[in-house]
Structure formats: structure tokens, C-alpha cells
Design a protein around this ligand. Structure first.
Ligand code: DC
Length: 220
């Protein structure tokens, strides 16, 4: 089956998607990492994100792929492992800006659909259920209150982060609003998505809840 999980930043999509994929023996694809990969290249090559030609050229030559290594799933761009460089606040905001560009979304659309061909996968993102995989077998929309999401992200960033909790919350609010209000594939639940609120739930509870739903869908 093909399972998709959409939702805002910090709702727990990554942890939950990874755990769900593991329990099912499926592969897990973090599509946000692909947008971050594009942002990484924009920054590395000094491209102005509003320069349509520069962006198009970058996308024509884009070579992003996930590879399983001894350290787990890693993201490679043109053969270089960029996994450790795509979670900075600068890349985070640039990925959000880049993701509003239709040319970027189009380029990543084909890439994502190719990755989903063999099914047996859990895809995490913002528009998985609405645009990329409208025919997915099970669609989840995972949410949580902003304050809880900001706290989770703050803890995840760890002590080495230069950002305060307030800054994380503020960035998150801006990103939520940008991701939801953009014209190209805005963040929104698919009509047939099952909404799950993780505000007061542990990861285990959420994953168990989703597994039940997936198993019920498999038996249909
Ligand atoms: O999930 P994330 O924070 O790693 O995603 C980074 C950015 O990419 C986020 O601001 C929105 C964008 N994104 C998107 O537009 N569509 C997706 N399917 C996944 C992420």
C-alpha cells in the first residue's frame, strides 16, 4: 500500500512516519528533505530564488536521491551526502520559500512519483494526499497545537541551536502561514484524509492508532 502523512511542521510527522514504516516493513520518504535539498543547492550556488532562469537551470541538473547507508537513510545531491547540512534555520526558511515556486514543485513532483511507484512506502510531506499521490491507499493529516509543535522542534534542535523557543515558535508560525497560503499546492488536508491530533498523544499512541487504520484498510 501507499500511505501518506501530511501536516504542519513539528506535528511529529517524521517520527511517526518513520515508526509506521518500520512497523510495516515499508520504506519511508521524507519529501521535506527534497525541498531542503533544493534550498541547499540554491544557497551553495548563490542563486537568487526569484531568478526564474537560474532556478530552472538548477532544476534541470538536479540529482537528489535517498540512499540507505550504515548510518540510515541519507540524502545525496549529485553524489554528495548533504543530510547533515539541511536542517539549519536558514535552509529551513529558504526551503519554504523555494517550495512556493511552481517550477520547484513540478520538478519534485516527478521525482516523488517515481519513488512511489513500487508502493510499500510511507510518504511524509505537505501535499502528498492532495497533489502528489491523490490515489494513496491511506491518507493521514497529522496536526498539533502550535505551542506543542514549537516545543518539540526546539528540543529536537538541541542545545547547540542558536534559536530561542520564541524564535522557533515565531519561525514556525510564519512557515505555517506561508505553506498554507501559497498558491501552488498549499498545505491542507485532502478531502479523504483522516485527521489525527498529536497534541496530547505519545508517538506510540499515534502510531498504534494509524496502524489500526492501515490494517483495516488492508482488509477492505
Ligand atoms: O517537512 P519540512 O519542514 O522538512 O519541509 C521543509 C519545507 O518544504 C516546508 O516549509 C514546506 C516544504 N514542503 C512542501 O512544500 N511540500 C512537501 N511535500 C514537503 C515539504
Amino acid at each position: 500500500m501507499l500511505i501518506v502523512i501530511d501536516g504542519p511542521a513539528g506535528a511529529g510527522k517524521t517520527t511517526v512516519s518513520r515508526a509506521l514504516a518500520e512497523r510495516l516493513g515499508y520504506k519511508y520518504i521524507d519529501t521535506g528533505a527534497l525541498y531542503r535539498g533544493v534550498a541547499y543547492e540554491i544557497l551553495a550556488r548563490g542563486i537568487d530564488p526569484d531568478d526564474q532562469d537560474g532556478l530552472s537551470l538548477l532544476l534541470t541538473n538536479l540529482d537528489l536521491r535517498f540512499e540507505r547507508t550504515a548510518e540510515g537513510m541519507r540524502l545525496f545531491s549529485s553524489g554528495t551526502d548533504i543530510t547533515d547540512y539541511i536542517r539549519t534555520p536558514q535552509i529551513t526558511m529558504l526551503a519554504s520559500a523555494a517550495s512556493a515556486k511552481p517550477v520547484v514543485r513540478q520538478a519534485l513532483l516527478d521525482l516523488q512519483r517515481g519513488m512511489g511507484k513500487q508502493k510499500a512506502a510511507v510518504f511524509e510531506g505537505r501535499d502528498m494526499g492532495t497533489v502528489v499521490f491523490p490515489d494513496a491507499d491511506v491518507k493521514f493529516f497529522l496536526t498539533a497545537d502550535l505551542k506543542v509543535r514549537a516545543m518539540r522542534r526546539f528540543e529536537e534542535l538541541g542545545r547547540t541551536s542558536s534559536q530561542s523557543l520564541e524564535q522557533v515558535e515565531n519561525d514556525m508560525q510564519i512557515r505555517d502561514s506561508d505553506d498554507s497560503s501559497r498558491e501552488a499546492s498549499p498545505l491542507k488536508p485532502a478531502e479523504d484524509a483522516i485527521q489525527v491530533d498529536s497534541t496530547d498523544k505519545t508517538v506510540e499512541v499515534v502510531v498504534d492508532e494509524m496502524l489500526d487504520i492501515v490494517q483495516a484498510a488492508a482488509g477492505r
